[in-house]
Design a protein around this ligand. Structure first.
Ligand code: CA
Ligand code: ZN
Length: 298
């Protein structure tokens, strides 16, 4: 199995990037990821205001998928997200939903044992997820720092991007140029304080190409749902975009005219918050696979 090591990182998703590894479609690859601070915080005495901020949100890659062409969809099955023995959380003034109430930076180390996160004496079942995952953006969209989510993926901080799920990303450039990092052992929808339980990890992935299917925004498939993941400058803007996409997918996939698809959306689409603390906010419009099977989209 090919391994991409955690020293091969990018901080910006660019339309043109130099790949560090080449894989075949359907090949399983292991990607070693750093935590979102490039592992600069190891204990509770180290604070967020002491670290090098040019090294935030490293994404390991880019990985060139042979045969991927603009206009294809890259399906990424998340087979395994390895849990280390600890995760890091921080709060800092002016960060997160309640940033204006935070008086000073603080760090908390969360012990992880047997798939349980120990926040002080409180036990939380781990649900590992990938915060940053994306491909090279289109020429039109241009460059995106890894901390910003957009149509190419990026810092979507979406709890559904977890073990056993599959993420579909639009291929914008030859080889797709996949990179990922910023895993969380657990996170609540919203990521209200600005961090999840930030971990370094080893992620095992299987990529598959779906040829010639247009896709505007990422889609994540879980056991029972499909969700289109959209971002915008405001939550409202992201919701409008997610709803527009969900209605289009319902209309095309189920052969309904737009107004019927819009009404159906009101019955079966669940709008969920992904994160509200990054420079762009991310939501998802989730639809049961009993209503819309992925085969009807791809
Ligand atoms: Ca993140
Ligand atoms: Zn994170």
């Amino acid at each position: 199995m090919k391994v991409v090591t955690s020293d091969k990182v990018i901080y910006t998703f660019r339309p043109d990037m130099e790949p560090v590894q080449k894989i075949l479609p359907d090949e399983i690859v292991e990607v070693e990821t750093n935590d979102c601070f490039l592992n600069q915080i190891e204990n509770e005495e180290q604070l967020i205001d002491e670290i090098d901020f040019s090294k935030i949100n490293p994404a390991t890659g880019p990985i060139y998928v042979e045969g991927a062409e603009p206009g294809d969809v890259l399906k990424i099955e998340i087979l395994k997200i390895n849990l280390p023995d600890k995760g890091i959380m921080i709060v800092a003034p002016n960060e997160g939903v309640l940033g204006s109430f935070v008086e000073r930076a603080q760090t908390r180390v969360v012990k992880i044992e047997n798939k349980v996160c120990h926040f002080k004496s409180i036990s939380i079942p781990a649900k590992p997820m990938i915060g940053v995952i994306g491909v090279a953006p289109s020429q039109k969209d241009g460059e995106y720092p890894t901390g910003i989510p957009w149509k190419h993926g990026g810092n979507m901080d979406t709890t559904d991007i977890t073990e056993g799920a599959a993420l579909y990303l639009p291929v914008n450039q030859k080889g797709a140029l996949l990179a990922l990092g910023d895993c969380h052992a657990v996170m609540g929808d919203g990521e209200v304080c600005v961090t999840g339980c930030e971990i370094r990890s080893k992620v095992r992935l299987k990529t598959t190409l779906i040829k010639g299917v247009p896709l505007e925004w990422p889609i994540v498939e879980t056991n029972n749902s499909l969700a289109v993941v959209t971002s915008g400058n405001t939550v409202e803007g992201a919701i409008e975009e997610a709803t527009r996409c969900a209605v289009n997918h319902l209309s095309k996939g189920l052969n309904l005219d737009w107004s019927d698809a819009y009404m159906l959306a009101s019955l079966v689409v669940n709008i969920k918050v992904s994160q509200v603390v990054d420079p762009k906010k991310t939501v998802r419009a989730s639809i049961s696979k009993e209503i819309l099977n992925p085969k009807r989209i791809f």
